[in-house]
Design a protein around this ligand. Sequence first.
Ligand code: NAP
Length: 535
Amino acid sequence: MSDPDSFDVVVVGTGFTGICALHRCQRAGWSVLGIEAGDGVGGTWYWNRYPGARCDVESVDYSYSFDGALQASWRWSENYATQPEIRSYLEHVTDRFGLRDLIVFGERVVAAHYDDRWVLTTDAGRRVRARFVIMATGSLSAPQVPDLPGLADFAGEVVLTAVWPERQVSFAGRRVGVIGTGSSALQLVPIVACDATELTVFQRTANYSIPVRVMPYSEQDQQQIQYNYSERRAKSWRAAAGTPHDSYPVSAHCLSPEEQREVLDASWQKGGVLFAKTFPDQNTDIRVNDLARAYVEEKIRSIVKDPSIAADLVPVDHPIGAKRICSDLGYYEVFNNDHVRLVNLRREPIKEVNARAIVTADREIELDLLIFATGFDAMTGALTRIELTGPRGDTITNLWRHGPFTYLGVAVPGMPNLFVLNGAGTPSVLANMALTAEQQVNWTIDLIAYCVTHGIDEVEPRADAARKWTDHVALVGGKTFMAQINSWYVGANIEGKPRAFLPYAGGFATYTQTCEAVAERGYDGFVLTRRSRTA
Ligand code: NAP
């Protein structure tokens, strides 16, 4: 009799990547279990349900491309989908492919160790065995909250954007504080400002934000989407960022100041994160970057009426696009309201929190509700928070003590038959995560199928292949502006985290080709082991 707690594959996490992985495993005819900490699917899009959460990639692109009938079965209502709509989409996919019964909800994997199989343990005490494990645990899924002195004494309500409660959080009639000014905060702040009696935004580092032009899809848009769909997706698969958008065709250096301005105006009008690639050399030539940076600075100063507040909102420490550009709906405008204040933590750091208030170097700011929008232990945190031990006693925290060490981002020496999808060393966060999820799943499922077909019991990357890939990730990333500043891209937001450029910056299409070439060469860089001999 087969063991009900033993599976060919266990998939941890059911966001975009996990759902796709479950579907492919089911289609392959393997026994598969999904384990999900949330009470529903969605991953990042399940937990980040703060008001205003919305994707900065267009909805027609930020969805699966693998099934035409699935695509035709779903109509996005707006060009940039909100969190509830994305979550509904993923629920729809789950039900359409009959995946729900394959998933255990409300249990978090806390440990996994390998003897001749992986044994995974959840926080509910469940133990399951798996021949292969797919870690679809997300890149931005391990929330981080600063350890502010006295926080435990705060008598008001405390919430995190990254784990927003299901219950209604009211802003009306309350004094609200938001700590952090990244993408999450900038989406939330205008909504809080509408209802709160007082809103205080605690800013350590100013970010660039471009207003996003949200529009409902008309019937004509819907028809256009269907008409262009195949071409659009095909182009995305060949693109560096997994979306079909191009920069202006020539360098800013080839244009007159008036023409540069026209191009920037058009890009601003288009809105959102695409502003980061207005000119083709904006992210490689600092003079071009400066043009774009100065343009946005001028916009901020024109929107915000008080020049001293505007000055604080202008980023001073990074080229535009070196951190992910935020997209907002009226963020800068909020600071023209008398009930909204900006606290520049560089000038006025937080000293402590007491029962009523945040105490800065200069004053005490009383609050009823404190919101942390303070980001994530990105790209590695979801994995290193699991007690993960390979067959030779290697733990993931030890293996990665100097930074993530992977082959193609997907596989880790010392962790056979375990695949980490959309993690460190993959394009993921620098591209369209919905498409990168598909690529990661396709490649991994093909590798597992190869093992099954060829009677291979264990697949594990060679250390020299991982060294080469890890060095390559560092080299390619090191050439970008992103590597030169402090952000979660290099782990700088987490105290004690080794500095390493985390995503692969060589582009989605290049990465995909590299992975395909490895597969075509019979998975070189991997040791493929049969029980009694090595393949
Ligand atoms: P984030 O970009 O890491 O921002 C965290 C913010 O918290 C930063 O302003 C940071 O300041 C601040 N912070 C952290 N610790 C602090 C402390 N001890 N004291 C004061 N401030 C502190 O996190 P996020 O906003 O959640 O966004 C993370 C990523 O998720 C984004 O870059 C984006 O890729 C993705 N995202 C996308 C969307 C979208 O699609 N529209 C929405 C939300 C998030 P410092 O900069 O000084 O560290």
